[in-house]
Design a protein around this ligand. Structure first.
Ligand SMILES: C[S@@+](CC[C@H](N)C(=O)[O-])C[C@H]1O[C@@H](n2cnc3c(N)ncnc32)[C@H](O)[C@@H]1O
Length: 247
């Protein structure tokens, strides 16, 4: 997997996810079938296709799928990326059971009505030995962010709301704790192998600081890596990432 400043791998906001994925893919072998549920415009799908894998993106948004196809075509990867219009709950009817080596479910579980049901249905596309990469918003980060923004009421709401929402203005987006994600993944019948915090500090540092200080961006990336699996830092990250195995 390329780790350069042009792709997501070079960003402190996604580096930890790419590193976990790269290691899992290297172990699984070349030319894998990756299913990217809610893959949108291909921020993960296109680099994975560029790394030699076949990627099926299932997303309800026709605009996102059109952007995905353009992005893939621009890089000469049109034949390695397939976009299908559909919902996470429709995945089992759209992708053959047991056909995927890797299932990405990144920033999507926040948006579905019943995350447990959607996840349990989706993982059937994985072959035995295949892996799930699950990335989801962390409730604790929302609690801290609302308080730091000067909204203690919203912070308290995010803490106690069953879905981790901070109020009516927060739309439909759910948030999860590390324990809740472990439970969801185990409930879907998978074995949790790794759990990392993603964007522990990178959302807290203003971009201008990084631009002004030579070496600061690289230092931040190293710090993100170091904090991603250390408590208590992992559990206040903006997002949580789970890698899980279908045994
Ligand atoms: C925040 S974007 C994440 C895109 C991509 N997974 C990533 O991490 O860059 C959320 C995506 O989920 C899609 N989406 C929304 N509701 C969905 C659902 N019920 N099932 C599947 N995808 C959904 C949206 O169209 C959008 O492309």
């Amino acid at each position: 997997m390329p780790h350069d400043s042009r792709g997501p791998a070079g960003s402190a906001r996604t580096a930890v996810v790419w590193e976990v994925l790269s290691a899992a893919l290297a172990e699984a072998g070349p030319d894998l079938h990756v299913v990217d549920a809610g893959g949108g415009t291909g921020g993960f799908a296109v680099p994975l296709a560029a790394a030699g894998h076949r990627v099926t993106v299932v997303d309800p948004s026709p605009d996102s799928l059109a952007a995905l196809q353009r992005r893939a075509a621009e890089r000469g990867l049109g034949d390695r990326v397939t976009g299908l219009q559909g919902d996470l709950t429709e995945l089992p009817g759209m992708v053959a059971a047991g056909s995927a080596d890797l299932l990405l479910c990144h920033s999507v579980l926040e948006l579905v009505d019943d995350p447990a049901e959607a996840l349990a249905g989706s993982v059937g596309v994985l072959r035995q030995g295949g892996r799930l990469s699950l990335l989801a918003a962390n409730r604790a980060a929302a609690v801290l962010a609302r308080a730091l923004a000067g909204h203690p009421d919203e912070s308290a709401h995010a803490l106690t709301d069953p879905a981790g929402r901070w109020g009516p203005g927060d739309g439909m987006r759910r948030r999860f704790s590390a324990d809740a994600l472990r439970e969801l993944v185990s409930g879907a019948g998978l074995h949790v192998e790794q759990l990392h915090g993603v964007r522990v500090v990178s959302d807290l540092v203003p971009g201008a600081v990084l631009d002004a200080e030579p070496g600061a961006a690289a230092a931040l990336l190293a710090l993100e890596r170091a904090l991603s699996d250390r408590l208590p830092f992992r559990d206040i990250a903006t997002q949580l990432h789970v890698l899980a195995l279908r045994r």
